[in-house]
Ligand binder design. Structure first.
Ligand SMILES: Nc1ncnc2c1ncn2[C@@H]1O[C@H](COP(=O)(O)OP(=O)(O)OP(=O)(O)O)[C@@H](O)[C@H]1O
Ligand SMILES: [Mg+2]
Length: 375
């Protein structure tokens, strides 16, 4: 087993705890990151990503809980003693130093030989395409250049853990996609343990081994991109991961002779034979009686004969058609990989297979089953 490098045990962050408006930014967050693993924190603005990183780095106190890094409890240690390298969301270069001096600073401060330092600075600067601006000072750099210099400065260090807060937020998409691949290679080659913060799903999927989805200070699920896609722990993760988002429909569950029915609004129903769902999954849905059924747009199909729907809008986005249809009293989206020539108002038919069904508890949102298997 790969050793655990970082362990968060029920950490909380409350800002202004005794003030008139306390903010509970992170709630009972627990997770483990293994040595050499890249974890991503993904979530909407204000969900607590930066607060979590700053507690790990030591720039914010932990209100509750423990943080263990390489076997040491670090939550009461000052930042400099934690051996954690952090690239900040904002820019944090030393203004009087050149980019080269900024990058070398962390290494020099630790008494490395100057020759080794300059080789390291050169190679990280080439990797991040900033080797042509090494002699400039931060005030003469664009936002994207400053960001890459900050990233270079953290990655070049020797640390137990690297915390990267939106490290490529300022870069244009093309450069970002290119650097993503290079940075991943650099991290994996050296076996670095990394937490990356992002609100870009593509970036999280491309870089991370596992993604922690956060909402409102609460960790919703920590799993590989495949697990988040195929087995979302709850309705929030199901809807949050994937583009376009998962379609969600309210359903009453009824037993059929030899099958199960999900009765939707507008007298539409999804009927499946018993064999399509494991007994436990079927029983769980029947026991609740009312559930939310989720189907990803990519899993829905337009067919000749099937469930009745009507086209609301149809966009070709270059490599796929996004067809919005009115179905069972709401608008849902179907993705087709061929160009679909359909105009609004046209009648179409849909097919849904049990293997593509996600069933959630309608009250607490917890997943009951995925593809007919118990969650
Ligand atoms: N110093 C502070 N004092 C009070 N509240 C704060 C402080 N810093 C952050 N918060 C609040 O804590 C919550 C979490 O903020 P945080 O910066 O961790 O979010 P984030 O997920 O990094 O968001 P973003 O994607 O916008 O960077 C927010 O509601 C924020 O307003
Ligand atoms: Mg942030």
């Amino acid at each position: 087993m790969t050793p655990v490098t970082l362990q968060l045990e029920r950490i909380d962050k409350v800002y202004n705890p005794r003030g008139s408006r306390p903010v509970h930014a992170v709630r009972a967050m627990s997770m483990q990151l293994h040595k050499g693993e890249i974890g991503a924190l993904l979530g909407s603005s204000g969900c607590g990503k930066t607060s979590t990183l700053r507690m790990i780095a030591g720039f914010e106190s932990v209100s509750n809980g423990t943080i263990t890094l390489s076997g040491r409890a670090i939550q009461d240690e000052p930042p400099a003693r934690r051996n954690v390298a952090m690239a900040f969301e904002g820019y944090s270069l030393y203004p009087p130093l050149t980019v080269r001096e900024n990058i070398a600073f962390a290494l020099k401060a630790r008494g490395r030989d100057p020759d080794g330092t300059s080789a390291k600075v050169k190679s990280i600067a080439e990797l991040l395409e900033i080797d042509d601006i090494l002699e400039r000072r931060p005030s003469a750099l664009s936002g994207g250049q400053q960001q890459r210099a900050g990233l270079a400065r953290s990655l070049v260090r020797d640390a137990d853990l690297y915390l990267l807060d939106e490290p490529m937020g300022q870069l244009e998409p093309r450069l970002r996609a290119m650097l993503r691949g290079r940075i991943k290679h650099y991290i994996k080659e050296r076996g670095l343990t990394v937490i990356l913060v992002t609100h870009d799903q593509t970036e999280a999927n491309a870089l991370a081994d596992r993604i922690a989805v956060m909402e409102d200070g609460v960790l919703q699920q920590f799993g590989s991109p495949e697990i988040l896609r195929d087995r979302p722990a709850n309705r929030f993760v199901g809807a949050f991961i994937g583009e376009p988002p998962m379609n969600l429909l309210d359903a009453d569950v009824e037993a059929l002779d030899g099958g199960i029915r999900f009765a939707l609004a507008g007298a539409v129903s999804l009927d499946f034979r018993s064999e399509a769902m494991a007994p436990g999954a079927r029983d769980a849905a029947l026991a609740l009686g009312h559930v939310i059924v989720g189907v990803r747009p990519h899993a829905l199909k337009l067919v000749r004969e099937g469930l009745p729907a009507r086209v609301v809008a149809n966009q070709w986005i270059g490599d796929q058609s996004h067809v919005a249809v009115s179905f069972a009293g709401q608008t849902i989206v179907v993705v087709e990989h061929e160009r679909v020539r359909l105009g609004s108002g046209e009648e179409v038919a849909l097919a849904v297979e049990a293997k593509d069904l996600h069933v959630f508890d309608s009250l607490n949102g917890a997943a009951l089953s995925h593809g007919g298997e118990l969650a």
